[in-house]
Design a protein around this ligand. Structure first.
Ligand code: ZN
Length: 307
């Protein structure tokens, strides 16, 4: 069993007229998913940065509708997951689908918009994508500011609702501000900066802080975050896992594939079916129990929303 904390399938389906059921152009479609060991898939609402500000929230809602109309409604065996209770009680044959938000630019400066998204089932909220927004700066904003007053309000609200605050994509200062304020921090899709010097990765101090808080950390399959190049091999993911294990992160590790988030390919981790084979290949190296922790146990243990 695998839980994948991040993919951009909703974005792909919003931009293209692909059939979620079996389009070969998707690394995760229903048929591939069904065949795979991925039990629960998180689907990110990601509003691309070329959408005009006034339309961003509408686009987020369009993606929510795509999620319900094309991923949940057509399939009796795909269950919408909003709590730990639902995660644990998923039937053996069923798949779970969760909604997450990648970037609060989609809510502008309006907490009610976030409340609506949470009421619709969003269970992890990344405050930024790479740019700045009303809550915080993203990692590519050169100003590098941390949480705004509105951003603090957002984190407080997420705490009240027991929703994960996702630090992937945040500015460096934003990361520390969130660590100080969030009761439920996590990193949905980031690797180790010391091994691949991309600013989207987390440095040793950040990883130490996350591990100290027993926060969940999702290793991601983006070549640049693996080896700094535009191509990578699946085996190059392992040093990132090893590094976090050596730091004592056995209870924190997980996976956030970022399928559909990036066109660059990791050989041996092209799609959701490769993900199954990848996890199998980890067993001789790490042992069954540790692989289970990485694959799903840690995610379920740390999932903050109980019911
Ligand atoms: Zn991302």
């Amino acid at each position: 069993m695998i839980i994948d904390a991040h993919c951009d399938v909703l974005w792909k389906l919003w931009e293209n007229d692909y059939d979620f059921h079996d389009s070969d152009l998707l690394r995760l479609n229903y048929k591939k998913w069904k065949k795979s060991d991925v039990k629960v898939q998180c689907f990110a609402i990601f509003v691309p940065d070329d959408v005009k500000e006034a339309a961003q929230y509408d686009v987020a809602l369009e993606m929510v509708h795509i999620f319900f109309d094309r991923i949940i409604a057509p399939y009796d065996d795909v269950k919408f997951i909003t709590s730990k209770e639902e995660l644990i009680s998923l039937a053996p044959h069923a798949k779970g689908a969760m909604l997450t938000l990648e970037g609060c630019h989609a809510i502008g400066h309006d907490l009610n918009k976030l409340k609506t998204l949470i009421n619709m089932g969003v269970r992890a909220v990344g405050l930024t994508w790479n740019q700045a927004n009303a809550t915080c700066d993203g990692i590519e904003e050169k100003r590098g500011a941390g949480l705004s007053s509105f951003g603090e309000e957002v984190v407080d609200y997420l705490n009240e609702e027991r929703i994960w605050t996702d630090v992937s994509h945040l500015s460096y200062q934003g990361f520390w501000d969130v660590m100080n304020r969030s009761q439920y921090p996590m990193a949905s899709h980031s690797n180790v900066l010391e091994l691949a010097g991309h600013p989207r990765n987390l440095d040793k101090d950040q990883l130490t802080a996350l591990i100290k808080r027993k926060a969940w950390i999702g290793i991601t399959f983006v070549p640049e975050f693996i080896n700094g190049q535009t191509e990578a091999e699946w085996i190059e993911v392992l040093p990132h896992i090893d590094y976090i294990l050596r730091m004592g992160g056995e209870d924190c590790l997980g996976f956030g594939s970022d399928f559909e988030g990036i066109d660059d390919i990791v050989k041996g981790l092209y799609d959701v079916n490769d993900f199954t084979a990848f996890v199998q290949q980890l067993i001789p190296r790490y042992g069954q129990r540790l692989v289970e922790k990485m694959s799903y146990v840690n995610f379920i243990d740390k999932f903050p929303r109980l019911r």
